[in-house]
Ligand binder design. Structure first.
Ligand code: 5GP
Ligand code: MN
Length: 309
C-alpha cells in the first residue's frame, strides 16, 4: 500500500497534512518532514494540528504553512482514531499513513504498518520512494519523531532498521544531542510538582501501579496539559510495576488515561476493554467521568490482564 500512497503524493498538487491532537514528537516530526518534502516537489501544503504544538517541540525547522490550499488530499499521519482529530474535519480525500494497529481504515486509502517504529520512519520511506533529497530540516524532524516514539531508542520498536535510519539522518544533519536534550531536558518545575503528587498517591495492586491528577489540582499549580506528558514513563520506570495507569482530567467530564506495560500486552488489552487503543505496551483511552472514580474501573480491568502475556 506504500506504492499507492507514493502515487497519490506524486499525482496530486494540494495537500493537507493532519495529525493528532496533543501533537507529540512523532506527530510534529513526521508532518513537518513530509511537508518539507512535498514543498520541495513544488506542491502546496498545509499542516493541521488540532491542538497547538507544545513549546518544547517548536525548536526544529517548520515549513511555511500555506494558507488557502483547498486540499485534494488530506493525509492523516500518526492518527489511529478519528476522535484524535479533536473535531477537525478533513477537507480532502482521506489517506492514512500510520504505524498503529487500527480498524478505522475500512474502505479508506491507507498504508498501515505496525512493524514500523513511528510515522516518521514511514515518512522517511515515502521521501526515499519519491527520490527526494533529505535536507537537514527533514532529517532533524524525522530523527525527532523516531527518538520520541522509541522512547530515546529503548522501546521494543528499536529495530536495527531504526538505527540504520537514525545513522542516515545523523549524517544528513540531525543533531542527536540537541534533539535529545530539547526533548528530555526541558521539563518545567511544574512537571516535578505534578510528578510528586502523582507518586504520593500511587495505588499499588500486584504489579498494577495507578495514579491520577485532577483538573482542580492542575489548575491549583497552574499546570498546562502538556506539563503532565512524560509522567506515565516515570511511573513505568518503577521496579515492580508491570502495568502503569495514569489518568489526567482534561475537562470536568473527560479524562485521558495513559498506560504502559513492561513486558506483556496488558496496556493494549486494558485500553481495548474501554474502547481505546495503541500499541501492546503503550496504550490510551479517553473516558467520560472523573479521574478519582474511573481509576478503580481501569485498575480492575488491568488486573485481569497483567502477567497474562
Ligand atoms: P499516550 O499514553 O502517550 O498518550 O499514548 C500512548 C499510545 O496510546 C499512543 O501512541 C496512541 O496510539 C494510543 N492512545 C493514546 N490515547 C488514546 C485514545 O484516547 N484512544 C486511542 N484509541 N488510542 C490512544
Ligand atoms: Mn507515532
Amino acid at each position: 500500500m506504500k506504492n499507492l500512497v507514493v502515487d497519490i503524493l506524486r499525482n496530486n498538487e494540494r495537500f493537507e497534512i493532519v495529525t493528532h491532537e496533543g501533537p507529540d514528537e512523532d506527530a510534529v516530526g513526521s508532518s513537518r518532514a513530509l511537508a518539507f518534502g512535498l514543498l520541495s516537489m513544488g506542491k502546496k501544503v498545509k499542516i493541521v494540528y488540532p491542538t497547538p504544538i507544545p513549546d518544547s517541540l517548536l525548536f526544529t525547522s517548520a515549513p511555511k504553512n500555506q494558507k488557502d490550499v483547498k486540499p485534494q488530499i488530506s493525509l492523516l499521519l500518526d492518527v489511529s482514531d478519528m476522535n484524535m482529530l479533536g473535531g477537525f474535519h478533513p477537507r480532502g480525500e482521506i489517506v492514512i499513513v500510520d504505524h498503529h494497529k487500527t480498524d478505522i481504515t475500512a474502505g479508506m486509502t491507507c498504508w498501515i504498518d505496525p512493524g514500523k517504529s513511528s510515522a516518521s520512519e514511514m515518512v522517511y520511506d515515502l521521501l526515499r520512494a519519491l527520490e527526494i533529497e533529505i535536507t537537514q530540516a527533514m532529517a532533524s524532524n524525522l530523527y525527532l519523531g523516531i527518538f520520541g516514539d522509541t522512547g530515546g531508542f529503548i522501546h521494543v520498536n528499536t529495530t536495527p532498521r531504526v538505527f540504520r535510519i537514525a545513522y542516515e539522518l545523523t549524517r544528513g544533519g540531525a543533531d542527536p544531542n540537541l534533539i535529545a536534550y530539547r526533548v528530555r531536558r526541558s521539563k518545567s518545575l511544574t512537571y516535578y510538582h505534578l510528578l510528586s503528587m502523582v507518586m504520593d498517591r500511587m495505588m499499588i495492586n500486584d504489579g498494577v501501579y495507578a495514579s491520577y491528577i485532577s483538573l482542580a489540582e492542575l489548575k491549583r499549580i497552574k499546570a498546562r496539559p502538556d506539563d503532565a506528558s512524560g509522567i506515565v514513563e516515570e511511573m513505568a520506570s518503577l521496579a515492580g510495576a508491570e502495568l502503569v495507569i495514569f489518568l489526567k482530567e482534561l475537562n470536568p467530564d473527560t479524562v485521558h488515561c495513559s498506560m504502559r506495560s513492561k513486558t506483556g500486552q496488558s496496556a493494549l488489552r486494558t485500553a481495548r476493554a474501554f474502547g481505546g487503543g495503541g500499541h501492546e505496551r503503550a496504550a490510551g483511552i479517553t473516558l467520560k467521568g472523573r479521574a478519582s472514580e474511573k481509576i478503580e474501573d481501569v485498575i480492575e480491568e488491568g488486573l485481569k490482564w497483567v502477567n497474562k502475556g
